[in-house]
Write a protein that binds this ligand. Structure first.
Ligand code: FEO
Ligand code: CA
Ligand code: CA
Ligand code: CA
Length: 830
C-alpha cells in the first residue's frame, strides 16, 4: 500500500499495544491513511472496514452502522532455526464474525517459497544462509466484512547444521535410521520392470532378469523428469529416473537349489541369469502427493543394461587394435558392461557407470601366456599381469568367476558366454579378430549412459583411462574453464586420477538434449593425469600423455606404443611416472561449496610398516573380538585435496587427510587419529558423496555422506552410512605416528584435518552382511536414495544370515534401494 505521507496517520497512543500479536505498525498507518481517504469520500466499504478495532480505541468502531471490529490475531512472533529445516508459521485469528481469509506473506529476508500461504499454518524451507539472518513474515486475517489485522513473525535462520541424533552401532538384521526419519524399500533384486514380467517369487525360480532389477545395487544417480514423462527436468524432485549399478551377485540365493554344475559344466540357464543380474538399471520413480515413493513398473524409460547390451567406444582408443575382437573386428564396438561399481552424474545430465573388478570374470587356459607372447609380444602378457588377468601359477588354467565359460551358449553360434574366455586361439589371426583374446581390454572403462533415451547405446569413454574404475565424479563447472573428472582405481597400491577436458565449459550444455554428443565434446579429448602426494602437503598431477614424462617406446618399464596404449594401460603409465601408491582409492566426491576433492581409501592389508608414506601413513594391528585380526591400514581413511588456484585445470594441489577410520576403542596416538567415538567410529569408507548444490545440504557447509564396505569392524557393527560437515584442507596440522605391525615398526608424518567431533555422525546402519553403497537425493534434498548391497552375503540357502528386506523368516535376502525422508519433509540430515 503506497503511503508517501506517513505523518497524516493517527497517533492515538495505543499504537504500541501488543506489537507481538497485533497489527503491524506500518499496516496501522496504512489503514488509518486509508480511513482518512475514505472519510474524505470515495473509498469502498471494504476500505472503510479496515479501520477501527480494539487496538484503535480512539477510533469509532461503528462506522455507518457496520460492525467492523477486525480480527484479533495471535501466534508466536519469533522463532529460530537453521538452514534446510522446515518452519511452520502459525497464525490464529478470532473475531466476532467469521474469518474468511488468512494469508502469510514475506516481508524481508532471502525470498523463500511459502507452502499453504493462505492458511493459518504456512511453511517454508529455511534457506542455507552463511551468517545468521532474519526472515520476517506477515500474517493477515480478514473477516467476512473485510476488516483485517496483521501480525509479523520474525524467524532467525542460522547456517545449516547436522540435525539428527547419531544412531548406535548395530549387529541386528535391520536398517536403522535416526529418530524423525523413515526408510522405505523402493526397488529390490528381481522387481519387474515391465508389465509382462511376473512379480518376483524369490525362491530361485524367477527368470527374465533383463526385465528385472539386477543384484548388488551400487552407485546410483537420480535424474529429474519433466511432466511429459520423457524429457529431462533436472529440478523435478517428485518424478525422475534412478540409474543404478548392479555390481555383482549373491549367486547362492539366485537358483532353486543354489549354484549347480554337472561334471564341471554350469547350466546355461543359471549362467544367463547370473550374467543378467549384472549391469545397470534405469527405472522411473515417482513421489505421490501423499509423500510416498514407488517405482513405475512399465515405464517406457525403464531399461536394463547387461553384459550383453551393445556398446560403442569413443575417444583415443576407439579403433585401436587393442580392442579388436571377433565381435568387433575394427575395435569400435562391444557388448555390455560388468562389475559396475560407483558412478558419476555428468553436468549435462548423463550417468557414468564404472567397470571395477572386471578382470576376475575372464578365463585363460593353460599356456595362454606363451601363446599370447607369440602372437602379440611379451608386453601383452606384461599388461595382462599388471591388470590382474594373469594365468594361474605355471601358466595354468585360470577359470574366471562363476565358471561361466563352462556353459553352452543359449543359442548356438552366439558368443555371449564365449567372450569371457580370453584364451588365444593360435589358429586365428594374431590381431585378435577371430577370437576374444582382446576382450579383457574392452572392460575397465567409464561408460556413459543417457538416462532419457532407452535406445542409446552406452559409450565407453576411453580418454578417462582403463583401470579398476571405482567411480568418476566431476569437479565444479564454470563457464570458460575446462572441467575435471576425478577417479579412483580400486586395488591395493593403485592410483588416483583426474581427467581434464580439452574443452572449456559452456553453461548451456547443462540443458542440451543431445546429451551423448555433449559427452563426446567434453570426454573424448583431454588429458589424463595421475596424482603424486608429497610429504610436505603438496601434490602434483602428472600428465599421462604419450611422448611426455618418459611415456615412450623406450621406457624401461613398458614400451608404450601410442596414446591408446597409454590409456589402455594407464596403470603402467602411472608406475612409470612415479605416482603415489594409495590404500585402495574408492569413491571421489567434490565439495560443491569449495571445490575440494575427497577420496575414500578403503583399507590396505598389504601396506606394511616399511611402506607407509605421508598420504598413506598407517600400518597397524587391528584386533577383532573373535581373536582374529586385520593388519596394514585395516580401517582406511579419507584423503582430500584442494587444487592450486581453485581451478579444475590445476596441475598442483595441497592435501590432507579428512578422517582416519578406526574403532573408538583403538589407541588414539597412532591409530584412532581422528578421535572417533561411539557416535561416529567407522571402518573401510567406500561410498562418498556430497549433498547437491540445489538444496541446503550442498550449500555453505555441504553434507558429506560416507558409506562403509567393511570386514574389519563387522564383529562390532554392520556396515553404515555417516553424515559429516567437513572443514577445509589444512584445518588441522601435521602428526607423526609410530606404526607397529606384526614384525616391524616405522614412523610417518602425515597431514591430518581437524578432528571432526560432532560434525561427523552415524546416520544409518544396515542389515547383516550388507555393504552400504550408492547414494543420491532429489534436487530438493528431501528424499535420499541409498542402496543396500548384498545383505546375507556370508550365508547360503542352508544358513540364511539375513532376510532383509523381508520380515518373514526364511526369506532370501535381496539387495535393494531404500528412500529416506524426514517426517517433517525437511532436507535429510539437516
Ligand atoms: Fe566396488 Fe571398490 O568397490
Ligand atoms: Ca469483525
Ligand atoms: Ca565400492
Ligand atoms: Ca569396497
Amino acid at each position: 500500500m503506497a503511503n508517501n505521507d506517513l505523518t497524516i496517520g493517527y497517533d492515538d497512543g495505543d499504537i504500541e499495544t501488543n506489537l507481538s500479536n497485533g497489527p503491524n505498525l506500518q499496516d496501522l498507518v496504512d489503514q488509518r491513511y486509508s480511513r482518512r481517504q475514505a472519510l474524505r469520500g470515495g473509498a469502498s466499504t471494504a476500505a472503510v472496514a479496515v479501520f477501527g478495532g480494539s487496538l484503535l480505541a480512539a477510533c469509532d468502531d461503528k462506522v455507518e452502522g457496520i460492525d467492523n471490529t477486525p480480527p484479533v490475531v495471535g501466534g508466536r512472533s519469533s522463532g529460530a532455526t537453521t538452514g534446510g529445516r522446515v518452519v511452520v508459521l502459525t497464525g490464529t485469528a478470532t473475531d466476532d464474525n467469521a474469518i474468511v481469509t488468512q494469508a502469510f506473506t514475506q516481508v524481508s529476508g532471502p525470498t523463500v517459497a511459502l507452502s499453504n500461504a493462505n492458511t493459518g499454518a504456512a511453511s517454508f524451507m529455511a534457506p542455507a544462509v552463511s551468517t545468521a539472518t532474519n526472515l520476517v513474515f506477515r500474517y493477515t486475517a480478514t473477516d467476512v466484512k473485510g476488516a483485517a489485522s496483521s501480525t509479523d513473525i520474525t524467524v532467525a535462520v542460522a547456517p545449516p547444521t547436522l540435525g539428527f541424533s547419531a544412531v548406535p552401532k548395530s549387529l541386528a538384521d535391520a536398517l536403522t535410521v535416526p529418530a524423525g526419519y523413515t526408510a522405505t524399500v523402493l526397488y529390490r533384486l528381481g522387481d519387474p520392470l515391465n508389465s509382462a514380467t511376473a512379480a518376483y517369487a524369490n525362491n530361485g525360480t524367477d527368470t527374465g532378469f533383463s526385465a528385472r532389477a539386477g543384484d548388488h545395487h551400487d552407485g546410483m544417480s537420480y535424474f529429474g523428469l519433466a511432466a511429459s514423462g520423457t524429457a529431462q527436468d533436472a529440478n523435478n524432485s517428485t518424478r525422475g529416473v534412478l540409474v543404478m549399478n548392479h555390481e555383482n551377485i549373491s549367486e547362492q540365493y539366485l537358483h532353486v537349489n543354489g549354484v549347480t554344475s554337472v561334471n564341471g559344466v554350469r547350466p546355461t540357464a543359471e549362467v544367463v541369469k547370473e550374467m543378467e543380474c549384472h549391469g545397470v538399471s534405469v527405472v522411473e520413480v515417482t513421489r505421490a502427493s501423499t509423500g510416498g515413493w514407488s517405482y513405475v513398473q512399465g515405464s517406457a524409460l525403464n531399461r536394463r543394461i547387461t553384459p550383453y547390451t551393445p556398446t560403442t567406444f569413443s575417444g583415443p582408443v576407439r579403433g585401436s587394435a587393442l580392442l579388436f575382437t571377433a565381435y568387433s573386428t575394427d575395435g569400435t564396438a562391444g557388448r555390455g558392461t560388468i562389475n559396475n561399481c560407483a558412478n558419476g552424474h555428468m553436468p549435462w545430465e548423463t550417468y557414468m557407470t564404472c567397470e571395477e573388478n572386471w578382470a576376475g570374470y575372464f578365463r585363460r587356459d593353460a599356456g595362454d601366456n606363451v601363446r599370447r607372447a607369440a602372437a602379440l609380444g611379451t608386453k601383452a602378457v606384461q599388461a595382462f599381469t599388471r591388470y590382474g588377468l594373469n594365468t594361474a601359477s605355471g601358466d595354468t588354467l585360470r577359470g574366471g568367476n562363476y565358471a561361466w565359460t563352462t556353459a553352452a551358449e543359449a543359442v548356438s553360434g552366439q558368443t555371449l558366454i564365449r567372450k569371457f574366455n580370453a584364451t588365444v586361439d593360435a589358429t586365428q589371426p594374431a590381431n585378435g579378430t577371430g577370437d576374444f583374446r582382446n576382450e579383457p581390454n574392452q572392460y575397465g572403462w567409464c561408460v556413459e549412459i543417457d538416462p532419457y533415451d532407452p535406445a542409446a547405446a552406452p559409450r565407453k569413454r576411453t580418454a578417462l583411462g582403463r583401470m579398476n574404475h571405482e567411480g568418476v565424479w566431476p569437479g565444479r563447472v564454470f563457464a570458460g574453464v575446462k572441467p575435471a573428472f576425478y577417479m579412483g582405481d580400486d586395488a591395493q597400491n593403485e592410483y588416483i586420477y583426474k581427467f581434464v577436458s580439452n574443452t572449456a565449459w559452456v553453461a548451456a550444455d547443462a540443458a542440451a538434449t543431445n546429451r551423448l554428443a555433449i559427452g563426446d565434446k567434453y570426454l573424448d579429448s583431454g588429458t589424463l593425469y595421475v596424482a603424486k602426494f608429497n610429504a610436505d602437503g603438496s601434490g602434483e598431477w602428472i600428465a599421462l600423455v604419450f611422448g611426455q614424462n618418459g611415456l615412450t617406446a623406450t621406457n624401461p618399464l613398458y614400451a608404450f606404443a601410442d596414446q591408446a596404449d597409454v590409456l589402455t594401460h594407464c596403470r603402467l603409465a602411472g608406475d612409470a611416472v612415479g605416482a603415489t601408491r594409495m590404500d585402495r582409492p574408492e569413491w571421489t566426491a567434490v565439495n560443491p561449496a569449495t571445490g575440494e576433492m575427497y577420496c575414500t581409501l578403503t583399507n590396505n592389508s598389504s601396506r606394511a610398516p616399511a611402506q607407509v608414506d605421508a598420504a598413506n601413513p598407517r600400518s597397524y594391528i587391528d584386533p577383532r573380538t573373535n581373536g582374529t585380526r586385520s593388519t596394514g591400514n585395516a580401517n582406511g581413511h579419507i584423503v582430500r585435496l584442494r587444487e592450486r588456484g581453485d581451478t579444475t585445470e590445476a596441475t598442483a594441489f595441497t592435501w590432507d587427510v579428512y578422517a582416519f577410520g578406526a574403532g573408538s576403542d583403538l589407541e588414539p596416538t597412532n591409530i584412532n587419529l581422528s578421535s572417533l567415538d561411539a557416535t561416529n567410529d567407522f571402518s573401510s569408507p567406500d561410498g562418498l558423496w556430497f549433498g547437491r548444490a540445489s538444496n541446503a545440504s550442498g550449500q555453505v557447509t555441504p553434507v558429506l555422506w560416507i558409506q562403509t564396505d567393511d570386514g574389519a569392524y563387522t564383529d562390532v557393527t554392520n556396515c553404515m552410512m555417516l553424515a559429516a560437515m567437513p572443514g577445509t584442507v589444512g584445518d588441522g596440522g601435521t602428526r607423526t605416528i609410530t606404526n607397529t605391525g606384526v614384525s616391524a615398526t616405522s614412523t610417518a608424518t602425515t597431514r591430518i584435518g581437524k578432528a571432526p567431533g560432532t560434525t561427523l555422525r552415524r546416520f544409518l546402519v544396515g542389515p547383516v552382511g550388507c555393504e552400504i553403497t550408492g547414494v543420491d537425493s532429489t534436487p530438493d534434498g528431501r528424499s535420499l536414495f541409498v542402496n543396500i548391497q548384498h545383505p546375507g552375503e556370508n550365508g547360503n540357502l542352508s544358513n540364511i544370515t539375513s532376510i532383509w528386506p523381508a520380515t518373514t523368516a526364511g526369506s532370501r535376502p535381496r539387495s535393494a534401494t531404500v528412500v529416506i525422508t524426514k517426517e517433517d519433509n525437511g532436507v535429510v540430515a539437516l
